[in-house]
Structures are given as C-alpha cells and as structure tokens.
Design a protein around this ligand. Structure first.
Ligand code: ZN
Length: 402
C-alpha cells in the first residue's frame, strides 16, 4: 500500500510544477493592481506577489523572474519614486524568487533560513538573502510592520506567511494553491501539520485583522476562506490520526472521510468533482503517510539538518539520556588505569587513537540501539526503517536512498 501511495504522490508532485512552468512560457501578462491603500499586487502570468509603499521605500515580495523584476522596478520608479528597501522571498522555488539581484542595489533581502540554504545549495538564479530567521521575524518600519511566520514544511521546506497588520494583508506565497490540494504539498516527504495549524491559529484566532489573503498563484482570498481551509486541515489531521490509532487501513480511512463542505469554494474556480475528489485524496494520503513513515521522515529531517543525533535530541531525549548515562557507567568514562595510559601516551608519543576510536564506536552503537528502541516503540514493522534510522545515526546514510 505504501508503495502505491508513494507512486501516486510522486506522479502528482512531478506533474503539477511542470504544468505551471509550461503555461508560464507564453508571452508575459504583467500588471499592478491596488489591494489596499498602500498595498499592491504584482502579476506576471500566473505568478503574483505583493508590495507595500511607504514614504521611506517599498517593501516587495517575490521578484518572480529577472525580466519581471526589471519591469516591476521600472514601474515602481515611475509610479512612486522611492527605492525598494526590503525584498522578501515567500519560499525558495525559482519560479517565484528568480531575479532578486535586480533589487539588490537598494534592498535588504529577507527569507527563511532554509530558503537561503536552498538558494545557495541549488544555485537558484537570484540574490542570496542577507537577513534570515527560523521561527518568526517582526520588522518595524515606521509606517508599516512586517510580520513573518515560518509555516513549516508543506509546499516547500521554506514557506513563510508575511503579514502587514496595518493594511490587514497576508501573503501566503504558494502554500495554498486554489486549484489544487490545500495545502499544495509539492515534493515534500515530511510535513508539519501541527506547525501549520499553530501558525494559522495564531493568525486567525489571535485577534489579528486580515481582509486580504494574497496567494502566490490564483485569486486573493477573503479571511473566511483561510478559516475554511484551516478547519479542513484540522479536521483531516485529527480524523486521520484517530482512525490510525484504531488500526483502520487507508481505504477505510478514505471512505470514512467524505469531502467536507469547506472545499465547496474550489468549484467556483472551475474545478470538477473529479478534481476535488483527487485533491481530497491527495491530502488524506499525505497525512496518512506522515503517520506511517514518521521514523524515516525523522531521520531524513535529522540528516537534512546536520545529523540524526541532533534531531533525535529533541524527540527522544529521555531515552538518549538513559542510554548515554548507561554507556558512560559501563565504560565510557576513562578509568584510572586508562587515564594513566592517556597521560603516558601524551608523554611518550604512544598513539591515542585506538582509545578514541573505540569510544567513538561505542557511542555510535549506543545511539543506534537508541534509535532502534525508539522506532520499535512507535510500532514500526518495516525492518528497512530502523536499518535506515541506524545507518542515519551512524552518519553513513545517504538520504537519497531513503
Ligand atoms: Zn513553489
């Protein structure tokens, strides 16, 4: 079942971006429309970004591509006669953030830290961000405030929401595509539904006023539509977890989760019943997969963030403390005799490495056992999962093989 689910996901995630790019090859349609007093929406074909004008300068978001950015820069100079002071990337995908260098002469470029990593690592054709953040960032610009929230992994690893509270405008980048699953999960194997719900909750339940939700593609939503989508995600995530805890299989889960009324608005954009059913299935599949492959996902996350041990610290700290303490008690700390040998080796040039290698190996074995026990506790039955986890913890695992 998981293989079939993975194949469906792969097909969906591979096809969707190609379709978008094929459309974007046609002659560009560019326009600027006013959303609120000082906030405008910039369109380049099927891609949109927003910019806000203050007396001190303009705060722009995704440049989209170099030609579009040059066009926008000339329009901004002609219309407002103030430079772009800040440029914010909504996420790291090249079809939204290419051409940032066009504004680099006057603007400080801001993005999530994972966007910066991808821009450098994947050699995205744009300027590298100078200011990054991991969780939230608030910039007080005098007339306007920019509040940026990391959304967690969904459409990409680096999506952020950008709120301009004075104008009640929220930019969601590509996190939601109206004519597609909500959210649109790109090629992400690991998702953070809890994080999405936390961020959307702080935006929707915290007394923040929002009139316009600007999507990176498709229409501008009223606040109610974001509430509907948040409620849909919350419903799916809690129901899929509940059914999983009851031991229900995937197809039964699908059958027990009919398409909810929250998705009705997608029809207005022209989606067929088949489309909506497909989006809904994609969404349930993605959430189901989080529960079934969470250990593998955890290892991949750990490797992506610089080492399995690092991420495991957060998730299985009590177990790690017990194993580390046991390792030290059994023989991790040098005995008096060993300390004497070390002192002697330092004096007499006798090599110290056998002792160091021996203890490093002991540590890795202890960590491998920790991961194994941790995975077993989560009820995972696939042997490759814990083998992968162990290999990951030993630092010998290539995440591309996951
Ligand atoms: Zn994207």
């Amino acid at each position: 079942m998981l293989h079939r689910v993975a194949a469906v996901l792969l097909a969906l995630t591979l096809c969707a971006p190609i379709a978008v790019h094929a459309q974007a090859q046609k002659a560009p349609v560019r326009e600027i429309t006013q959303i609120k007093d000082n906030v405008y929406r910039f369109r380049n074909n099927f891609h949109f970004s927003v910019f806000a004008v203050t007396p001190a300068g303009i705060i722009a978001t995704d440049p989209i591509n170099a030609d579009a950015a040059k066009w926008l820069k000339a329009e901004l100079a002609a219309r407002f006669n103030v430079p772009v002071r800040f440029l914010v990337y909504s996420h790291d995908h090249a079809d939204h953030i290419s051409g940032g260098e066009v504004f680099a002469d006057t603007a400080t470029i801001i993005a999530h830290e994972k966007a910066k990593r991808a821009i450098i690592g994947e050699k995205r054709p744009t300027a590298v961000p100078q200011l990054t953040f991991s969780d939230r960032l608030r910039l007080d610009l005098g007339d306007l405030t920019l509040e940026m929230y990391y959304l967690g992994r969904g459409h990409s690893e680096s999506d952020i929401a950008v709120l301009i509270p004075e104008e009640k405008v929220l930019l969601m980048g590509c996190f939601f595509l109206e004519q597609g699953p909500l959210p649109f999960f790109g090629a992400q194997p690991v998702l953070d539904p809890d994080r999405w719900l936390e961020v959307l909750g702080s935006l929707l339940d915290g007394g923040v006023e929002i009139d316009h939700v600007v999507l990176g593609q498709h229409t501008v939503w009223p606040r109610e539509r974001l509430v509907a989508v948040r409620d849909y995600i919350a419903l799916l995530w809690s129901e899929v977890r509940k059914l999983d805890s009851e031991g229900v299989d995937f197809e039964t889960t699908m059958a027990r989760l009919p398409i909810p009324a929250q998705l009705d608005f997608i029809r207005e954009g022209g989606a067929s019943e088949d489309d909506i059913a497909r989006f809904h299935r994609f969404e349930v599949t993605a959430m189901w997969r989080q529960l079934k492959e969470s250990a593998a996902a955890m290892v991949e996350q750990a490797i992506g963030e610089g080492g399995a041990a690092f991420a495991l610290l957060g998730k299985s700290m009590p177990l790690i403390i017990v194993v580390m303490t046991a390792t030290l008690l059994v023989g991790g700390a040098p005995s008096q005799e060993e300390r004497r040998q070390i002192a002697e080796s330092l004096r007499s040039q006798v090599p110290l490495w056998p002792w160091l290698v021996g203890h490093a190996l002991m540590y890795l074995v202890a960590l491998g056992i920790t991961v194994f026990v941790f995975n077993a506790k989560r009820g995972l039955s696939h042997p490759w999962l814990w083998i992968a986890a162990w290999a990951g913890s030993a630092g010998a695992f290539d995440k591309n093989h996951l």
